[in-house]
Design a protein around this ligand. Structure first.
Ligand code: AMP
Ligand code: MG
Length: 404
């Protein structure tokens, strides 16, 4: 039996980022950049106007108001080739258009009478005003995004700006899912006496997707070694294998034995935690294998605490654990010492503090509280009693971004 913390560290010591693939820039959102990105060109690419207005020579405009002859027009997208602002003249210019020769200031249209043939400037003019200079933001060759960046909208902007249609990111792991048990029937069937619907396959597939992985449903291993052999052999071809149920010490718990027979090296069996005690972690070559308990609550909690960080690390994420934050407990919780307890809680913010209420009194019962609970409280192994008003650490277990 390993401690909860030891189990998490051990798992991460066994996984590393997968290979790199190039994907369309929009497919790269939420993925991790696998190379430093150097700017292919200066940004801005040319000296240009920061305002709609007139390109002028500051020395012509020392006394205000001042009247200049308008000799040209430069909309955005135009080329400035051959256009020069002559003494006593101005060229009408739009934001982003290249500044013509001879000028050293842009006068915003708001500071003029907006004249077409002739323009009168109403405000004093400062040299260099409303110019955006070539390379002012980024100089060609400069690193504008570092390997390890989790790609978000602003990064997409930069990648697109520098012409990166295909972006190098870490691959998403293909995760095989095998559930075990003679009692399971697939969704779509009406369960007969003693049968239950194989919900774990689907909840695991959903959790894998949420963690950026690609679920590959292998099927149900029936409670005999042959069936396990067939499905586990198939499952071990993926980047990661996750099984549910059949890892306790029951008569029909074949998962660990058959995995060993197939050349898998068990790293640990049993974690000092509740729920999720029988969790097993193994390696088959470089393929991590997570054998999670079958109780649907235990399956999802152990996925969250053990498999999710590994899937994120394989995709190049550095921070793979959800941040913990302090909340005030609303209920009393008693627990036995020696095991970390993960309690499902609902959170509420009142007067600037977060409060956590237990979502379920039963530790691994499947009920609607699993879906209601938006966070997990992580109760340390050595603690035995928490009173209402005590502080406990929690982390969100879903994408409740609106609440953070
Ligand atoms: P086991 O580890 O095989 O003893 O399973 C523990 C509990 O989880 C049993 O009550 C099972 O019925 C339930 N269970 C196991 N596999 C699944 C599954 N794929 N979907 C839903 N519940 C399951
Ligand atoms: Mg079973």
């Amino acid at each position: 039996m390993v401690s909860f913390e030891e189990a998490r560290t051990t798992i991460l010591a066994h996984v590393q980022p997968l290979g790199v693939e190039r994907v369309h820039v929009l497919e790269a959102v939420g993925r991790v950049l696998a190379e430093d990105m150097a700017a292919a060109w200066d940004m801005p690419r040319w000296d240009n106007a920061a305002m709609d207005g007139y390109a002028v020579r500051a020395e012509d405009c020392t006394s205000i108001p001042c009247c200049l002859r308008v000799t040209g027009f430069l909309p955005a997208g135009a080329k400035a080739d051959g256009l020069t602002v002559e003494p006593g003249c101005a060229i009408r210019i739009m934001t982003g258009a290249p500044v013509p020769c001879g000028c050293d200031a842009i006068v915003p249209v708001e500071d003029t009478d907006n004249g077409a043939q002739e323009v009168t400037l109403l405000q004093p003019v400062k040299k260099g005003r409303h110019f955006r200079f070539q390379g002012e933001d980024v100089v060609a060759g400069m690193t504008y995004a570092r390997s390890g960046t989790i790609i978000r909208a602003p990064d997409i902007h930069l990648l697109a700006t520098f012409g990166m249609a295909l972006v190098p990111v870490y691959r998403r792991p293909v995760v095989a899912i095998i559930t075990t048990g003679d009692e399971l029937v697939e969704l779509g069937n009406v369960p007969g006496p003693g049968e239950i619907i194989n919900s774990n396959t689907l909840s695991l597939a959903a959790a894998i997707k949420e963690a950026g992985g690609i679920p590959r449903i292998i099927g149900i291993a029936r409670d005999n070694p042959e069936s396990h052999r067939k499905l586990l052999t198939e499952g071990l071809k993926a980047d990661v294998l996750i099984t549910s149920a059949g890892v306790s010490a029951g008569d029909h718990d074949f998962v660990r034995d058959v995995l060993e027979e197939l050349g898998t090296r068990q790293i640990f069996w049993k974690v000092a935690m509740k729920p999720g005690g029988p969790t097993t972690f193994a390696m088959h070559g470089s393929t991590p294998v997570f054998c999670l308990p079958g109780n649907p609550v235990s399956t999802l909690i152990t996925f969250e605490e053990f498999a999710r960080p590994a899937l994120l690390r394989m995709q190049g994420y550095r921070m793979v654990h959800r941040p913990l934050f302090k909340t005030v407990l609303r209920n009393e919780i008693r627990k036995k010492p020696g095991k970390v307890q993960i309690a499902r809680v609902c959170l509420k913010r009142e007067e600037g503090r977060w409060y956590a209420s237990l979502a379920s009194k039963r530790e691994s019962a499947l009920d609607e509280t699993m879906a209601d609970a938006m966070a997990y409280a992580v109760l340390p192994a050595d603690a035995t009693c928490f009173k209402a008003g005590d502080e406990v650490d929690v982390h969100f277990h879903g994408n409740h971004i609106d609440l953070v």
